[in-house]
Write a protein of this length. Structure first.
Ligand SMILES: [Zn+2]
Length: 226
């Protein structure tokens, strides 16, 4: 089986400015990518998990090697439960607006979206997206995604407004956006902008439009929090 994948860079520390369109779909090998059915507006239910041991992904562009998050969290004096709570909140941000469900699984082998620390620290964080072959130019199915954080940087579990410390919640939510099929619409103005900012935390209007385009709007559920 041929491996189709792609990746992109994170929230860069790029100095260029750019007009932030509302959203931009991630286009890999010529077609937009999404989880679930290959039609816009069709929802998806995904599993996420955390790397338990050093793992290599030779056919990835980003996150080629990942390690457990514990040493990274120790450096920033963050408890693993607090970290996992931030990640859950980041998934919730997307789940609250689009027809997406994210469920945590203990076994990383079962995860659609795998989360860990970078074995070779670089940038702030990256995502990698693998997708199935699709030669007709239509939507291609995402088959797996990964998110890796730079363990050398100072992280936080709050949004303290100081960009010297990085918010797991804010950056995880951005990388999850890539993992579900969104690209950078510009530098700022949306969560999916490539420049890190704590000024507008969480999803912005364009981010919501992008997620709804791909997966449809959130559906009422008795189990869903308001
Ligand atoms: Zn990015």
């Amino acid at each position: 089986m041929r491996a189709f994948l792609l990746a992109f860079v994170l929230i860069g520390l790029c100095a260029s400015s750019g007009f932030a369109a509302a959203y931009r779909l991630l286009v890999l090998d010529g077609h937009p990518v999404k989880w679930g059915e290959s039609s816009f507006g069709a929802g998806a239910s995904l599993k996420y998990g955390f790397v338990r041991e050093a793992s290599k992904f030779p056919n990835a562009i980003n996150c080629k090697a990942m390690t457990p998050v514990a040493p990274m969290l120790a450096r920033s004096k963050i408890a693993e439960t607090a970290f996992r709570n931030e990640i859950r909140i980041a998934f919730d941000e997307w789940e609250k607006v689009a027809n997406l469900r994210f469920t945590h699984v203990d076994d990383p082998a079962q995860a659609d979206i795998l989360i860990g620390a970078q074995a070779e620290p670089s940038g702030i964080a990256f995502a990698n997206v693998w997708h199935a072959a699709n030669g007709d130019g239509r939507i291609a199915a995402i088959t797996k995604a990964s998110i890796c954080f730079n363990p050398r940087l100072p992280w936080e579990t709050s949004l303290d407004g100081d960009k010297a410390t990085l918010s797991f919640r804010q950056i995880a939510a951005h990388e999850i956006g890539h993992a579900i099929g969104l690209d950078h619409p510009g530098s700022t103005g949306q969560l999916m902008g490539y420049r890190y900012s704590e000024e507008t935390p969480g999803l912005q209007a364009g981010d919501v439009l992008g997620a709804v385009k791909l997966y449809g709007a959130v559906r009422p559920s008795p189990n869903r929090r308001p």
